[in-house]
Design a protein around this ligand. Sequence first.
Ligand code: BDP
Length: 724
Amino acid sequence: MARHIIVLILCLPCFFPLFAQEPSGYNLWLPYSKISESPVLKEYTDITKTISLPGASQTLQIARTELNRALKKMLGAPPSVATSLRADPTLLIGTKDLLPPELQKMVNDDLSRAGDEGFVIKSVKHRKKKILLISANGDIGILYGVFRFLNLMQQHQSFVKISLVDYPKIDLRMLNHWDNLDRTIERGYAGFSLWNWQKLPEFIDQRYIDYARANASIGINAVSLTNVNANALILTPMYLEKVKALADVFRPYGIKVYLTARFSAPIEIGTLKTADPLDPNVKQWWADKADQIYSLIPDFGGFLVKANSEGQPGPQNYGRNHVDGANMLAESLRPHGGNVIWRAFVYSEHDADDRAKQAYTEFVPYDGKFMDNVLVQTKNGPIDFQPREPFHPMFGAMPKTPLMMEFQITQEYLGFSTHLVFLPKLYEEVLDADTYQQGEGSTVARIIDGTLQNQKISGMAGVSNVGNDMNWTGHPMAQANWYGFGRLAWDPYLSSETIAEEWLRMTFSNQEAFIGPMKEMLIKSREAVVNYMNPLGLHHIFDTGHHYGPGPWVSELSRPEWNPTYYHNADAKGIGFDRTPSGSNATEQYAEPLRSRLNDPDTCPERYLLWFHHLSWDYRLKNGKTLWQGMALKYQEGVDQVEEMIATWKQMQPYVDQVRHKEVQMLLQIQLKEAKWWRDACLLYFQTFSKKDLPEGVGKPTRTLEHFKSLKFPFAPGIRPQWN
Ligand code: BDP
């Protein structure tokens, strides 16, 4: 006994620090750090003296709780938040209908633009005194307004002259979880799924609530819970009860739940012999299924469907097409107001045409044929979430169909959750790209938000990088990608720099000595990964299945378009994929004048050079170097950029808590090691064709090509077991 007590006493000091504070990074961009030395402190104390936030809904209660928690942490004392309309508030937060008439007048115009989810934050005169007013048309707008107010406070911004009206530019702002029912996550690198199906519906993990709160803070309003490679069981009554429990948690945060629908579900979990979308029994089965779901979840969002893609079942199994399949499901959801999100990620090993062309070829002829409640979800580029791809040519090419953007937040082809890569930079590049589909200025953002082509509904999805790791995203800095995705789904015109700055200020520190270098580091991090993995338009040269590390030599997989050699085409003459009219002519899917620009290597942006052209090793780049030299130097530049990140991060110690500082430092070392691995493996391999020496300045490989080829990773995270 005495020995046990001694052991316990000895252990106490090591346990206490662990439990005394929240785990590092758990609070994401909502740490609400104490404000002690800022010029805005006095202003904030005055504004928050008397707060009124009337209204009884759960959503408004959440807004009050958030204010309490945030203001207490930031300002030191718990504020008093009245649930009634006080006569003399300094901060008045309420939906328009609850405001006194003279204040209603002041926000009328603003709120007429703000829609159901927008808000206004305005400094106004009320009864001869200046007050801060946050108003909206609905409760969710109030919650979003409160989160924005706290966001700005965390950035130490003044409200003295504020007059901000903001509203989402995109209707569906959605996370796609590729979570399996056994809690593994396809392409997930931050632990296991948050959804504990075994303990649902009774056990509500606090993390569900914290997850919903984080999403609401950036305006995400839809989540698809399950893998697109779907398991039909999720649609059985037992699982639907569990889904309902999650939907109930998410609802007051403004989030609707979607499920992935396996096309063959009527056979697998029903009693039908077919899943033919034109079969009356199949239609009835889905209609009944929809009724059943909506009886449990009245605001269910709808189905996300991967059909006839990478072996998933779909309408083509029955000689039908994507329109038949999507519309059949849309019909079943229509009476309830639900949507079908039908993915356009299709390519076939039986189609000899360039994989990059196939989705366009298949889908564009269907323009105008889908029902109103169908959105076609298209990946940002025509291949598959590569470090860099040109925008998908379907954007703008289907004016009568709402195209929903699919970005990947999880880093399948970007170093998993080990590499620091700030993805809003990638998203921005795609959103800002000009498709020229309706003349100059037809940017992808304007297609996605529906304004260019007058869509009735719009959407943007991000494949989530969240798992049950304590810091949610594995890499502490990958939280910025979740944050940034949410901000861009709200407003696709935001710049990546703005997002980086917001996130850094909120998450870590407002000190300029931190913000300046760190902003630069985040922005550059995207180009760094392109440089050391896939420079000059190279793509899909990852090792097979798990996509961890380089595998440009892989050439013997059964499906030709799964082989890296299909994409880089390196030979004695040169390297690259000829997608001009002399090759696959994928460029014909782009509008003029872009098409002609891409067709000519002199006008094709160098960042896409080898995406569109097969060029000789001696081809002269704009900087006068040969292609071989330029490529080798790009690989080296990527490695150098990681070295720079390491040096910058070292200087940031004073502004970051010890745990996270150390974690990022260790991760950056792995990133450096892997950047060198990419450089050495790719250059050694391509050198077997170019037969040229490495140019000056490029680090010499310390291992042989055979060594790199021999590396195997049967337990790399994020894969389905059958892929090994
Ligand atoms: C690829 C992934 C695979 C996904 C597929 C998809 O490798 O795991 O199932 O995309 O988006 O990027 O359906």
